[in-house]
Design a protein around this ligand. Sequence first.
Ligand SMILES: NC(=O)c1ccc[n+]([C@@H]2O[C@H](COP(=O)([O-])OP(=O)(O)OC[C@H]3O[C@@H](n4cnc5c(N)ncnc54)[C@H](O)[C@@H]3O)[C@@H](O)[C@H]2O)c1
Length: 344
Amino acid sequence: MTTTLVTGGAGYIGSHVVVALLQAGHEVVVVDNLVNGSEVAVERAGELGGGSPIFEQVDLTDRPALRSVFADHTIDAVVHLAGLKAVGESVAQPVRYYRANVIGGINLVEAMADFGVWRLVFSSSATVYGDPRFLPMTEDHPLGAVNPYGRTKLMQEEVFTDVAASDERWRVALLRYFNPVGAHASGRLGEDPSGAPNNLMPFVMQVALGRRDQLVVFGDDYDTPDGTCIRDYVHVVDLADGHVSAIEALERFPGCRAWNLGTGAGHSVLEVVHQAGAASGREIPLSVGPRRPGDAVASVASVERARVELHWEASRDLGAMCADHWRWQTQNPDGYPPPSPSGD
Ligand SMILES: NC(=O)c1ccc[n+]([C@@H]2O[C@H](COP(=O)([O-])OP(=O)(O)OC[C@H]3O[C@@H](n4cnc5c(N)ncnc54)[C@H](O)[C@@H]3O)[C@@H](O)[C@H]2O)c1
């Protein structure tokens, strides 16, 4: 039996990873400070995955508290998703981002080594590639983040790469996510953004729900078939399964290695709006605004390495991503409820 520690397991992607790990037969311990997560998501992940994840409310920057988690549980592997992730906020509050993400990551690998835990799967991001120089982007694409959030991801990748090179017992997977969207098909788990969503899909869905008046499309004069930007959207349940595949692959890959997790297919903003309209049965009012500085025209993953080496491939299409997101949103219009002592 493998016991896997999931940092950030009360968050959007982490709660889906908890389900996938439980379904694959792991015992799960979740560490999360709840700055953007919910204990109810962990409870629901347990119900959906058929297990009982243990929840520890701990901040990764609190070294003694983090170490006591390793002292109290026998951990075999770690999936590290905890962190702050809003690009705009990272520009306004860079120190907060470097502390939570970079210092948090350093504390984690230090505790792992001290307690003899050598397998780490890290939530990285396609943002470490900076502006795409060729498409689809392979893992050998040049690196160069363009904002503080991206740099915290790149710095963590560099720290983990150096740490893995320092001791041959380490096995580290750097998973570079493209654009995770969607929700668990049950409608019980999903993204619970506080405030205005930073990403297209939750924003579009809130327009469909009537919570926002309209979507502003940032530019429709790009060199793409319909003039809007193209991204590689990947269903969060496919993404979560990729973490189980990565833990298994670490048996075959010593050291540190990067894998892209995407679908390899790009969809434009207008395609997302169209599919979201079909999934919700609602009209999605939109207007076209100016281009947003820093937006790449297109970003699409090369998924070959993950397919061959992780034996993982995304299977859910944009229609499923929209339908599942809509189900979550309509069943949980206010996000997760507060936790109750007897569960929700
Ligand atoms: N969602 C995306 O589009 C996307 C894309 C690429 C990479 N990622 C990465 O995937 C990971 C998970 O993203 P998500 O979308 O699920 O975000 P999320 O905010 O829903 O989840 C992150 C979780 O980490 C917790 N957390 C934050 N700082 C912490 C700290 N110092 N100590 C303990 N817990 C802390 C939060 O409470 C939250 O539950 C993040 O590392 C993010 O950078 C996300």
